[in-house]
Design a protein around this ligand. Structure first.
Ligand code: C2O
Ligand code: CU
Length: 465
């Protein structure tokens, strides 16, 4: 039985207590704030176009930013006002498995008109996000995502911070509406659903006024279905301080192209070096290597006369020791299929099917010969067991591989360990290796975050117990 706040007050009154003196347990019975997913119409395109119908949390694109301090609880009552079942996944959080929000693995999809309460602790400071995890290749493409920011106990020394959610939409150029061919074999079997309209925080022309020498923290989140963003800074100089939420051991100068694959995040601390009256810019390298302004930062006035020195590194998150590679269990994942691939056949519904038969069932990819997730995990891992997982991309497309519930490090060819991440971009025909200690119990997905790929065969899971 669920208690409402009114029930609690009534119980308290019956017990002769005043509402002001509610016992601490009563507070936990209070309903969490609502996060409703619903259909909305927004002016995303220039005014000469009609509004675009989207699916948004609270009807907004991106959804409302959720912000807590490190170690605090996130509580939301997800209300599904969509025409299809949905669930919310809290991407990158080392979460209690029951709260992971994966329809079909950790919960059932919430039916239209129903609600579910999410309640979990955010143990790590950093930039995370939340998104739909039922029919995600459709629901995320329709707009169901938002930023989840976990603040450090002590904030870094910056003048201000901006959360920039990058997205990519496939719109019908005549109607301005979202193209609804979500299950199109072309998108499934090629690079995924890449769009024709790119936004930052839901705007194609985002412009944020800044001051010269102002120090900004930029939290970049790639919420797109399949677009890889190669990014550059102009009139902004600074450092990468965190990847996928996790602080780098030392800030790394942001001079090269920054690659932000689907689901990945980059935290930057940058100073505005553009002159007054000019625009600083976040630049995306578009088709034909043409630079496109992803977000503009017009400079007016000066915050100080000179730039500050290099920032301190962000404090590390707790319990993130490197896994013991020598003791690690070796695992291998061979990714095959797709257009121009060599996949001849794979297993679907427990039966071997030819590539043609797979394609007829909407499957174009296989992980270790399986074109479905299946009941058997990729691996059954002991709690705390160190693992090294070789990822062989035997396809001609890049894939952004995401592990739920735990961060990993990339193992370089010389055996060194890279920074903590939750999503690694594995380029076409590349082999990469990741390592982690399986320290979070539960059933965790490991899948491609090019969401049409995940829907058409690129999904597996590990069990930690
Ligand atoms: Cu960002 Cu399986 O999710
Ligand atoms: Cu993929």
């Amino acid at each position: 039985m669920k208690h409402t706040r009114r029930d609690v007050l009534r119980l308290a009154a019956l017990a002769g207590a005043s509402a002001a003196a509610l016992p601490p347990w009563a507070l936990a019975l209070e309903s969490p704030p609502e996060l409703a997913a619903r259909v909305a119409r927004l002016q995303m395109l220039p005014d000469t176009y009609p509004q675009t119908e989207v699916w948004g949390y609270e009807g907004a694109i991106p959804g409302p930013e959720i912000r807590v301090r490190q170690g605090e609880r996130v509580r939301r009552r997800f209300a599904n006002a969509l025409p299809q079942g949905s669930s919310v996944h809290w991407h990158g959080i080392r979460i209690d498995n029951a709260m992971d929000g994966v329809a079909g693995l950790t919960q059932e999809a919430v039916a239209p008109g129903d609600t579910i309460d999410y309640d979990f602790v955010a143990p790590d400071a950093g930039t995370y996000w939340y998104h739909a995890h039922n029919r995600s290749w459709e629901q995320v493409a329709r707009g169901l995502h938002g930023a989840l920011v976990v603040e450090e106990a002590e904030a870094p020394d910056v003048d201000r911070e901006e959360v920039l959610v990058l997205d990519d939409w496939l719109l019908n150029p005549d109607t301005g509406q979202i193209d609804d061919s979500f299950d199109h074999p072309m998108m499934m079997s090629h690079a995924g659903r890449t769009g024709n309209f790119v936004t930052t925080n839901g705007r194609y022309d985002l412009s944020l006024a800044v001051k010269r020498n102002e120090r900004l923290r930029l939290r970049l989140i790639n919420a797109s279905n399949a677009r890889i963003f190669p990014l550059m800074l102009a009139g902004l100089k600074g450092w990468v301080v965190a990847l996928d939420g996790m602080p780098l051991p030392a800030p790394s100068p942001a001079e090269e192209v920054l690659v932000l694959a689907p689901a990945q995040r980059i935290d930057l601390i940058v100073d505005v070096t553009a002159a007054e009256g000019e625009d600083a810019q976040l630049i995306r390298i578009g088709g034909d290597d043409q630079p496109v302004v992803q977000a503009a930062f017009p400079v007016s006035g000066a915050a100080s006369v000179s730039r500050r020195g290099a920032p301190a590194s962000l404090p590390p998150n707790p319990g993130m020791e490197a896994p013991d590679l020598a003791a690690a269990r070796p695992l291998r994942l061979v990714m095959a299929g797709g257009a121009m691939g060599r996949l001849q056949s794979a297993v679907l519904n427990g039966e071997r099917k030819s590539f043609r038969e797979l394609a007829a069932s909407g499957r174009f990819w296989a992980f270790n010969d399986m074109a479905e997730m299946g009941d058997t995990p990729l691996a059954d891992l002991g709690l705390g067991e160190p693992v090294r997982l070789e990822i062989v991309n035997d396809t001609v497309f890049p894939h952004a591989m995401h592990l739920h519930g735990m961060h990993f490090r990339e193992v370089s060819s010389d055996g060194g360990l890279g920074p903590l991440r939750d999503t690694v971009l594995v380029g076409a025909t590349e082999t990469r290796e990741i390592a982690f200690a399986a320290d979070n119990p539960g059933n965790w997905l490991f899948h491609c975050h090019m969401l049409s790929h995940a829907a058409s065969g690129m999904m597996t899971w590990v069990r930690v117990s």
